[in-house]
Write a protein of this length. Structure first.
Length: 464
């Protein structure tokens, strides 16, 4: 029997072994989900779904400490931030309940032509079918909630594959759903190798794919989906920021420090590129350096830790290569730039690397922020819009006209004003454009995407 060893990304101690599923088990999971969807007599009525989700939220609320420690230990996100994630996850379950009543159709006006008289038309929204969710490591509980609760809320059976580095939060959460009364066939966890995950995703019985992870894998999977399978892909970004000369640095610096180094920068909307007006560049850099150097790096289970480990050891070596590349492309390292251990890396600031540097054009996905001076915001906007990625961005200014101009001109799915790029609440739309992804996340938006419309037309003469 093949097993997966789940280890702490901080000190590599073994947390637990999880059994890997084989091809026959994957086939069984698909068959169970498909047969459930095809047999309407087994569908859960809305009130029953609400009861189950309410119970699940209650159970989670009683186990906040347990859920926090599982997420922090397996994922490496510091304890304090992991607790915030757990609270968000509980709220995400409640959002599924809250928005279930908003999933509805509409009246279709008929009688507007002679051919359409004596007819009543309306739509209803039905569950889309079997949902397969492939998740990422960086929010091991909340991402699972976002990729299962919308399906369960609208009545679609869901098969979820957690990241191989962080399966325990997922398994624990799905067991809570079972404890709350959810029949097991409505939500199944599969832990398997990537080749079997691809087989799962591309099966013709899958109606919807929710994928969070690398663009290379996501776009590849999309190209192999069966005809009619819809999808939402959430990939990376570089979260660019423009800081104008009138920005309030006392407020901006703490927010940018948090957003740049939260979870060691391993978040798709982590601040990576900051464009700062030349008039305040030196002051900004000095204050940012002081803020970043004060960050506490270490054991994610220690409540004092602010920056934890990289998810796998190989990432440390990659970051060293990227730092060296930045130096060779005119970048100046003003703090950090070195490994602390085989698992942790110093929070790093790089000044003005060239456009050819890896940190200037790719997603660093680590505790590294690059800062660039500009004289005219036209230059900063142009450089942002030339990027391959377009996810969340932000601007800092007290000039409302300038803020609106930048919001309108920056190519991004979301632009924050006087706030950091990593801000998110779980009921807002969330997703990238261009290379950063397709489709929308956010509990109510995913619920809508995991349903499909059916038109019903009734000819009144038929009942006479």
């Amino acid at each position: 029997m093949n097993t997966l060893q789940v280890k702490s990304p901080y000190d590599h101690h073994l947390i637990k072994e999880v059994t890997l599923m084989d091809e026959n088990q994957i086939e069984k999971s698909l068959s169970v989900a498909h047969n459930l969807f095809m047999d309407r007599s087994k569908w859960l009525p809305k009130y029953k779904r609400i009861e189950i989700l309410e119970k699940a939220a209650q159970i989670m609320s009683k186990r906040i400490e347990e859920l926090t420690k599982i997420a922090a230990e397996e994922g490496g996100k510091p304890y304090t931030d992991s607790k915030v994630e757990v609270l968000r996850a509980i709220n995400g379950v409640k959002l599924g309940i809250e928005h279930l009543g908003q999933i509805k159709g509409e009246e279709i006006p008929l009688g507007l032509t002679q051919a359409s008289v004596n007819r009543l038309g309306f739509t209803v929204r039905e569950p889309i079918g079997v949902v397969v969710s492939i998740s990422a490591f960086n929010h091991p509980l909340n991402l699972i909630v976002h990729q299962t609760i919308p399906a369960i809320a609208v009545g679609a059976p869901v098969i979820v594959k957690p990241a191989s580095t962080t399966p325990l939060s997922c398994i624990n959460f799905v067991n809570i759903l079972y404890e709350a009364g959810l029949p097991e066939e409505f939500c199944q966890v599969v832990v398997c190798k990537s080749n079997l995950a691809e087989k799962l995703v591309t099966d013709k019985r899958v109606n919807y794919l929710s994928f969070i992870g690398s663009g290379e894998v996501g776009w590849k999977l999309r190209s192999k989906l069966s005809p009619g399978t819809r999808c939402a892909l959430e990939h990376g970004g570089v979260a660019p920021v423009i800081v104008e000369k009138d920005a309030d640095l006392e407020k901006a610096i703490p927010m940018l420090t948090k957003a740049g180094f939260y979870h060691a920068g391993q978040v798709c909307v982590s601040v990576q590129k900051i464009f700062v007006h030349s008039n305040i560049f030196d002051e900004f850099v000095r204050k940012l350096k002081l803020s970043v150097e004060s960050l506490v790096v270490g054991d994610p289970l220690d409540p004092k830790t602010e920056v934890g480990p990289l998810i796998v050891t190989e990432e440390i070596s990659r970051l060293e290569h990227w730092i060296e590349d930045a130096k060779n492309n005119n970048g100046e390292i003003i703090c950090g730039g070195k490994r602390i251990s085989d698992t942790c890396f110093e929070p790093t600031i790089i000044l003005d690397p060239s456009d050819d540097a890896l940190v200037s054009k790719e997603e660093v996905f680590g505790p590294v922020v690059a800062v660039y001076p500009f004289i005219d915001k036209e230059e900063a906007i142009r450089k942002i819009n030339e990027l391959e990625f377009a996810f969340q961005a932000s601007v800092f200014t007290k000039d409302i006209d300038s803020a609106f101009e930048m919001v309108n001109r920056i190519n991004a799915s979301t632009v924050m004003v006087n706030d950091h790029t990593a801000f998110r609440v779980d009921w807002m739309p969330f997703g990238g454009r261009d290379s950063s992804g397709i489709g929308l996340g956010g509990i109510p938006y995913s619920m809508h995407e995991m349903t499909r419309s059916k038109l019903i037309v009734i000819k009144s003469e038929a009942f006479n």
